[in-house]
Write a protein that binds this ligand. Structure first.
Ligand SMILES: [Zn+2]
Length: 344
C-alpha cells in the first residue's frame, strides 16, 4: 500500500493502484493503453495523481508511436547528439520554439509538420542548410560545436557527383561583401574564385596544412595585386597573431569541405590536418581562373610550396601589411606593393 491524498476524504490515505485499459484519441487515432489509477482504501473513490496522469499519457503515446511510426524521444536525442547541438540551438535550427525540443525529448508527440522536419534532419546536408540560415541566431560556442560535429560527418559522407561538382549553399553569399575596396584588392569578392585557388594550390603543392593553405592564399592574392593592381578572389585578409588569413576562413573551409571540394585527414606524425582536393572533378573549378591568375598562383606555389607552415608564418611576420595592421583588422592590398615573401 502507498499513501496518497484522496479528494473525497480530503486527507492522506492508503491507496491501492490499479491499471485500467483505457482508450484515448490522439491526433484522430484511437489508442488503447494502460493507465494507472489510485483507489482509496477508506472510501473506495477512484482518482488519478499528476504522476499517474503523466504515466498513462506516456503509455498512450508509446502505443501511438508504435502504430504510426512517429519519431521517439530517444531518436530525437540521438539525432541532436549527432550534431552536438543544445536543445535550444537544435530547436532554433529546425525552426521550432525554444522549449519544443525539450518537450519532445520528454515524450510529447511532435506535430505532423515537426515530424517531417525531424525526419529531414537525419540528412546531414539538409541540416547544414538550415544551420547556415540559423547561424545569426546562434551563439559562437554552439556554432563551433555544431560545425565540428558536421565536418566530422561530411568528411566521410559527402561525395562529389560526376556532373555536379558542388552546390554552394545560397546563404553563404550573404557573408561575401559586395564592395570593391582597398581591402578586397578592388575586386568583388567571389568565394568560387577562392575555392578555385584552393584547388590549384592543393594540386600543385605537397603537405598542405591548414596554416600553409591560408598563407599561400594570402601570398597569391597579394602577389597578383602587385602584378596587376587587382586581387584574384577579392577576398579580404585579416591580421591574426600567426599571420594574415582569409576573412571568415573557418566558414570558408567548412563550406569547401561540405561542398566536396577539399578534404583533410590527420597526418602520420599527428602534427595536424593535411588538406587535399576531394576528387578530380574539382578541376572544373580551375576554369574560373584566367591564365594570368594561374601564372601568379604558379609563381607563388613554386616559391613558397616547399616551406613549412611555421616558415611561412615567419615570412608573413616580415610583411609590411602584417607589421602595420592592428590585430584582427583587414590588411590593405596597398601593402602588396612592398611584398617581400615572393620577391625577396
Ligand atoms: Zn477516500
Amino acid at each position: 500500500m502507498i499513501n496518497s491524498f484522496c479528494p473525497e476524504c480530503h486527507k492522506i490515505v492508503p491507496v491501492r493502484i490499479e491499471n485500467l485499459y483505457e482508450t484515448l484519441t490522439v491526433r484522430g487515432i484511437t489508442v488503447s493503453a494502460y493507465h494507472p489509477v489510485s483507489i482509496c482504501s477508506i472510501c473506495s473513490a477512484e482518482f488519478v495523481t499528476a504522476d499517474q496522469m503523466d504515466e498513462g499519457l506516456a503509455n498512450t503515446y508509446k502505443v501511438y508511436r508504435e502504430m504510426t511510426g512517429v519519431i521517439s524521444p530517444e531518436k530525437i536525442i540521438q539525432l541532436r547528439n549527432k550534431y552536438n547541438a543544445s536543445q535550444k540551438a537544435f530547436g532554433i535550427i529546425l525552426g521550432f520554439g525554444e522549449l519544443t525540443i525539450n518537450t519532445y525529448e520528454k515524450g510529447s508527440i511532435p506535430s505532423e509538420s515537426h515530424q517531417k522536419v525531424l525526419e529531414s534532419a537525419e540528412d546531414a546536408e539538409w541540416f547544414c542548410k538550415q544551420f547556415e540560415k540559423a547561424k545569426p541566431k546562434l551563439g559562437q560556442t554552439q556554432i563551433k560545436r555544431i560545425e565540428q560535429a558536421i565536418s566530422g560527418l561530411t568528411d566521410s559522407t559527402i561525395t562529389v557527383a560526376s556532373n555536379n561538382v558542388y552546390s554552394l549553399s545560397n546563404d553563404l553569399s550573404c557573408m561575401v561583401g559586395e564592395e570593391e575596396t582597398e581591402y578586397t584588392g578592388w575586386v568583388k569578392p567571389e568565394i568560387e574564385k577562392l575555392f578555385a585557388m584552393m584547388v590549384y594550390i592543393l594540386s600543385h603543392t605537397e603537405n598542405v596544412y591548414k596554416m600553409k593553405l591560408l598563407k599561400i592564399l594570402f601570398y597569391a592574392d597579394f602577389y597578383h595585386y602587385q602584378e596587376t593592381s587587382h586581387s584574384i578572389s577579392g577576398w579580404a585578409y585579416a591580421r591574426l597573431p600567426y599571420g594574415p588569413v582569409p576573412q571568415d576562413f573557418e566558414t570558408v573551409l567548412f563550406e569547401a569541405r561540405r561542398s566536396g571540394i577539399l578534404c583533410s585527414e590527420p597526418d602520420k606524425e599527428q602534427m595536424g590536418e593535411i588538406f587535399s582536393i576531394a576528387s578530380d572533378n574539382t578541376s572544373i573549378l580551375l576554369h574560373q581562373l584566367s591564365d594570368e591568375e594561374k601564372a601568379s598562383l604558379e609563381t607563388v606555389c613554386n616559391k613558397l610550396g616547399q616551406l613549412t607552415a611555421s616558415q611561412l608564418s615567419n615570412l608573413t611576420h616580415e610583411e609590411d601589411g602584417w607589421l602595420t595592421t592592428a590585430h584582427a583588422e583587414c590588411i590593405s592590398y596597398a601593402h602588396a606593393l612592398t611584398l617581400k615573401g615572393i620577391n625577396g
